[in-house]
Structure formats: C-alpha cells, structure tokens
Write a protein that binds this ligand. Structure first.
Ligand SMILES: Nc1ncnc2c1ncn2[C@@H]1O[C@H](COP(=O)(O)OP(=O)(O)O)[C@@H](O)[C@H]1O
Ligand SMILES: [Mg+2]
Length: 148
C-alpha cells in the first residue's frame, strides 16, 4: 500500500483470534500515513445497517461517502459477521466491492468462515474481484483472546 499498489488481503479464522485487532492496527497505520479521507474502515454488518437506515431518510449520514473517498485502502471487518440477506449481499456488498475495486484501493478484509464459504455467500463476480491478487491468510492462535 505504501508503494501505491492495491493489494488485497483476506484474513480468515475462528472468532477471538485477533483478526479485527490486526485490521484495526493496519487502519491506524495507513490512516496516519494517508489521512482518514483516503483510508476507510467498516465493520460490514454495522455498515449494512447504516446503509439501510439511509433509505428514504435524507438527514441520516451517508456511510458510502467514506468508502467512495477512500482511494488508497479500505478495511472490511467481519464480512459475514451475521447472515446477510439477499438484498445485503446483492446490493450492499456488491457496491462495497465494486467501489473499492474501481477506486483501485487496497482491500483488507477478514471473516470467521473459511474462504471456500465465499461461493455460498457471494456471486462469482464479487468473489473474483475480492480475490483478485489476494493474499489469503488462515489465521491461527493458541487461544481465543476473548476468554480469560
Ligand atoms: N495479539 C493480541 N494481544 C492482545 N490482545 C489481543 C491480541 N489479539 C487480539 N486481542 C484482543 O482479543 C480480543 C479478540 O480479538 P479480535 O481481534 O476481536 O478477534 P477476531 O476479530 O478474530 O474475532 C479483542 O479484545 C482484542 O483486542
Ligand atoms: Mg472480528
């Protein structure tokens, strides 16, 4: 990303092993370098709720502005943190991946599910864009950090 390239990184692995922790650390570093306009972070389930809250209500903040302006890098945290509706995957996830791809921004994402699960959850066109030049890391940890 620092070299001006648009790499994709996908972290997979079970809950509580530090995927969000790493993605937030990357967000902090990249937004310090490039500024918060060119770099964005979105927790995907929360983003879906915010995007839907906009429908028919003009006064609600537009969550898309942050994604559209983030021409350097976007973090998509917890891609399938909850079961997405048909509308959410066909409209919201589609537009997220499309915007990031067309902007040539780096894409850093994480999900609890295995990468093979993508084909059950996203159309082939979105999977192809998400995985374009993507480094996939199956994160493992000795323990769930949320437990004592
Ligand atoms: N390397 C680490 N050192 C200390 N705390 C960590 C580390 N990795 C994760 N944690 C903490 O453990 C908890 C779970 O991590 P999180 O990143 O949310 O997991 P995941 O996104 O994989 O479900 C969080 O409170 C996080 O801050
Ligand atoms: Mg997480």
């Amino acid at each position: 990303v620092l070299l001006g390239e648009s790499p994709h990184l996908l972290l997979t692995g079970g809950p509580g092993i530090g995927k969000t922790h790493l993605v937030v650390a990357l967000y902090r570093q990249l937004s310090t370098v490039f500024g918060t306009e060119l770099v964005a972070y979105a927790n995907v389930p929360v983003f879906c709720e915010e995007a839907k809250a906009m429908y028919g209500r003009r006064q609600v903040a537009n969550p898309w502005e942050g994604i559209e302006s983030a021409r350097r890098a976007v973090m998509l945290d917890d891609l399938f943190g909850r079961e997405l509706s048909q509308h959410e995957s066909a409209q919201i996830i589609y537009r997220l991946i499309d915007t990031i791809y067309r902007n040539g921004a780096a894409l850093i994402a994480n999900m609890n599910q295995d990468v093979d699960e993508l084909k059950r959850r996203l159309p082939p066109h979105e999977i192809s864009r998400l995985l374009a030049g993507c480094t996939i890391i199956n994160v493992r940890a000795e323990r769930d950090w949320r437990r004592k």
